[in-house]
Design a protein around this ligand. Structure first.
Ligand SMILES: *Cc1c(COP(=O)(O)O)cnc(C)c1O
Length: 461
């Protein structure tokens, strides 16, 4: 059949998917530091309490990432090899959830940006690819990192394989034992995965001596990966959230979404994302906040955290460590205390004691809102979403869906047609046992009780 035999017919039915051509992958990352209404707080050395310099971070990160961490430039160019790797799954689709709107009988327009189409199944490769690239360029041979339920570890293992780097992943023991499939995915990409606490680091050995059956935590795993990188010349450390450069890399999400919302002929009144360390939230929200700050109309922006680890809604805004071993620099953030170990909710990516300093700053300054939801409410929203739209959300993303559905209900009650955009940060194909528990009615909710000891142990600066 020759080309001319093909009849292309276009209908003018209302659009559901807004898809950009590969050429529309952003050419730069958006650095919100250029537009902040208040300057960021300095990062402090854990020993001296003085602001740290690039040299302090050099054992852990390549210089290119350290420069991005402190840059004040609004646009930072995305190197071509990174854009080329992004082409494996970017631009990601923006979808209007028309069926969910119908089920909810709401006048609101509900859109979601779907990051679950990446090979690892979440937004995390957006920064893993960039970090692997800059490490490769500066001669790193091996990357050490931590992972909770395994989403970050699988993104990093995938990115390391693209750039021919070795990867070592310290995986929180409880997940290592209960959720073998993410581990197998990491190993398939070529990573070495050990349960944390592990006997292979000083900090891991110390924890195991004190409590041989310790189920581990993200804070402990970070300490082990940092120690690994700090004590080996061929190895650097990589973090999947929280840091400025990680949030920066995620801004491809929001930049694409701005273009896609324009294609849809809508502009969001409310932008919503879940927040564990804050990276997928920053990814979708920062480019819209940049528009707000540069004099555009004011869009509401909501970060959704779990009630089991409510750093922004119940924590304190203070300097704290990023890890349990107290090895990392001190950053000013909303925190529950670095000794706080969140309850074992299924949204593993949201089980963190702190929040990204940039997200914390914006919350403290009143530029963004925070909401907290229980895992039962989140799963109920996820099931309603799956039945309407077909996609099975990650338990983390379900927290954003809960608030999007609640905002759509408010629009219905007030008769206002709001435009709601949320980030669907990943799919839940590795989380089916959590869905099974929810469907059986045996998924518990956990309320946060302040850990006075963890808060009292905050460093005095
Ligand atoms: C890791 C993860 C999160 C939480 O991390 P952030 O840095 O807050 O984005 C949210 N959703 C998914 C699917 C994740 O994998």
């Amino acid at each position: 059949m020759s080309q001319s035999d093909v009849q292309v017919e276009r209908d003018d039915a209302p659009r559901t998917k807004f898809v950009l051509d590969e050429g529309r992958i952003p050419k730069s990352w958006y650095n919100i530091i250029a537009d902040l209404p208040v300057p960021p707080e300095p990062v402090l050395h854990p020993g001296t309490g003085q602001p740290i310099g690039p040299g302090d971070l050099a054992p852990l990160f390549p210089m290119a990432l350290i420069r991005q961490e402190v840059s004040g430039e609004r646009e930072i160019e995305i190197p071509e090899p990174v854009r080329e790797a992004y082409r494996l799954y970017r631009p990601t689709p923006l979808i209007r959830a028309r069926r969910l709107e119908k089920v909810l009988d709401t006048p609101a327009h509900i859109y979601f940006k779907y990051e679950g189409v990446s090979p690892a199944g979440s937004h995390k490769p957006n920064t893993a690819i960039a970090q692997a690239f800059f490490n490769k360029e500066e001669g790193t041979k091996r990357i050490a990192t931590e992972t909770g339920a395994g989403q970050w570890g699988s993104a990093l293992a995938f990115a390391a394989s693209l750039f021919d780097l070795e990867s070592k992943v310290y995986m929180v023991r409880a997940s290592y034992d209960q959720k073998p499939y993410r581990r197998i995915l990491m190993e398939t990409y070529g990573a070495e995965v050990v349960p944390s606490p592990s006997p292979t680091t000083n900090y891991g050995r110390k924890v195991l001596e004190e409590s041989p059956d310790n189920p581990g935590s993200l804070g402990i795993a970070i300490s082990e990966a940092v120690e690994d990188a700090a004590t080996r010349d061929d190895t650097k450390y990589s973090l999947g959230s929280v840091l400025n450069h990680v949030l920066l890399h995620q801004t491809v999400i929001g930049q694409e979404a701005i273009e896609q919302m324009a294609m849809a002929g809508d502009d969001p009144d409310i932008v919503i994302a879940c927040a564990g360390g804050g990276s997928n939230f920053a990814g979708i929200a920062f480019p819209f906040l940049g528009l707000n700050f540069r004099g555009g109309r004011k869009r509401r922006v909501i970060a959704v955290e779990p009630k089991a680890a409510p750093s922004m809604t119940q924590g304190v805004y203070a300097y704290d460590f990023g890890d349990t071993g107290k090895l990392t620099p001190l950053v000013k953030m909303y925190t529950l205390g670095s000794d706080f170990i969140p309850a074992p909710i299924h949204a593993g990516g949201l089980r963190y004691h702190g929040m990204a300093p940039l997200v914390s700053l914006l919350k403290n300054h009143g530029d963004i809102e925070a909401a907290a939801v229980n895992q039962g409410e989140a799963f109920a929203a996820a099931v309603a979403f799956a039945r309407a739209e077909g996609i099975l959300p990650a338990p983390e993303s379900a927290h954003a869906i809960r608030v999007a559905i609640d905002e759509a209900a408010k629009a219905k009650a007030s008769g206002e047609s709001k435009v709601i955009l949320f980030n669907l940060s990943g799919h839940g194909h590795f989380d089916l046992s959590a869905y099974e528990k929810f469907l059986q009615g045996s998924l518990p909710d956990y309320e946060y009780t302040p850990n006075e000891a963890a808060l009292a142990a905050l460093p005095k600066v």
